[in-house]
Design a protein around this ligand. Sequence first.
Ligand SMILES: C[S@@+](CC[C@H](N)C(=O)[O-])C[C@H]1O[C@@H](n2cnc3c(N)ncnc32)[C@H](O)[C@@H]1O
Length: 367
Amino acid sequence: MELVIKNKNPEPESKIVTECSNKYPQDFINKIICGDCVEILKSIPDNEIDLVVTSPPYDDLRTYNGFSFTYPKIAKELYRIVKKGGIVVWVVGDKIDKGNRSLTSLRQAISFQETGFKVHDMMIYKKKNTPFMRSNAYTNCHELMFVFSKGTPNTFNPLIEPTKRNGFEMLITNKKADGINKKVLGQLKETKVKTNIWEYAVGLGGTTNDSIAFKHPAIFPEKLAEDHILSWSNVGDVVLDPMCGSGTTCKMAKMNNRNYIGIDISKEYCEIAMNRLINSYLFSWDDIPGKDKARLIEFLKKRFGIEWLETAKIKKTNSGKTINMFTEDNFLFLELNGEKTKVNLTINDIRTDEFITRVENGSILVC
Ligand SMILES: C[S@@+](CC[C@H](N)C(=O)[O-])C[C@H]1O[C@@H](n2cnc3c(N)ncnc32)[C@H](O)[C@@H]1O
C-alpha cells in the first residue's frame, strides 16, 4: 500500500498538478494518490476503469480544506477512462440557502448526460437518522445517487432483500371483463430485488466504525459504497474514487476483492484514507475457527465463488499454522509460510491463491 503524492505541496493555492508522469497501471492500482483529479485522471488510458463510486464537494457547504473542483471537466475525463458498459455512481446533495435549493446535483447530472453518459438510474440515499431539521419544511433526509453508464451496463448483480409478506395466500388471478376476480392459492416470493431507495444509518457505528474517518467532514456510509461495488462490479475489477476523501470506496473495494484507485486533493484526507486501508483486514487468523468463521466463509465465497463453503467444516491442525476447510468431496487448505508473511490457499480443483498478512498484537491479520 502506498501513498503517492503527485502534488508536492498540495495546498489550496497550488492545487493544479502540472506534470503527471506516473505510469498506468503500476502507479495507480491499489494506491491513494494526492492531487487534483482532473489532472491525475489524464494519466489513465481510455476505457480502463470498471466502476467509479464517488461523491463531489456539495456546493460550498463544507470547505474541504479550501479546495474546489469543476465537474464538467471531471465528467469528460471519467467518460474517457471508464470502460464501455462501465458505471459512474455520483452521490450528491444540494445546499439549501435561505430556503432555496441549489439544484447543483441536477446540473451535474445534466452535465454528465451531455458528456455522453446515460442516466441509468437516479437513486435515493435515505438517512435513517438526520440532523438536518428545517423550521418550515420537512426534515431533509436524503441525497441523490446518480448511476451514469457508458452505454449498456456490463455488470448488474442485483441486491436481494426479503419480502415483507411471504408464504401461501389466496391470490387474485384471471380478472375478466365482467370484473369478477378469481382467487387461487399461490405462494408469495420470499425475496425480491431491492428498490432504488437505499437507507443507511449515519454517524459512528452507522457510516463506519473507523473513528479516524470522522476527521473528514463528509463521509458516506461504508455500506452504501459496498452495495454499489457489489451491484456494478465483479471480483478483480478496478474501482476508482477520484475524490476519495477518507477512503470509504477504496476500503470497501479492497474488502470485496476489487482493485481500487483513490485520489484526493487534500494530503490530510489522503492520509486518513491510507490509515483506514492499512487498518482494514479481511479476517484474523485467530478468529478461525470461532465466532468469525462466518466472516472467513463469506470472504472466501466472494473471492472464489464456491457455493459448497456454506457447509464446510473448519479444523485447525496441530501446529496452529494450518487449517483445513472441508466437505465430503471438497477441501480448502490454508497454510501460513515460515515467515508468517503470506497465507497460501489451495482449493481442490488446483486453484491456489496467496494472501498478504501482517501481525498485530500477536494476531495474524489477512489483508
Ligand atoms: C464529499 S467528499 C468525499 C468523501 C468520501 N466519499 C468519503 O466517504 O470519505 C469530497 C472530496 O473531494 C475532494 N476534492 C475536492 N476537489 C477535488 C479535486 N479537484 N480533486 C480531487 N479531490 C477533490 C475533497 O478534498 C473532499 O475530500
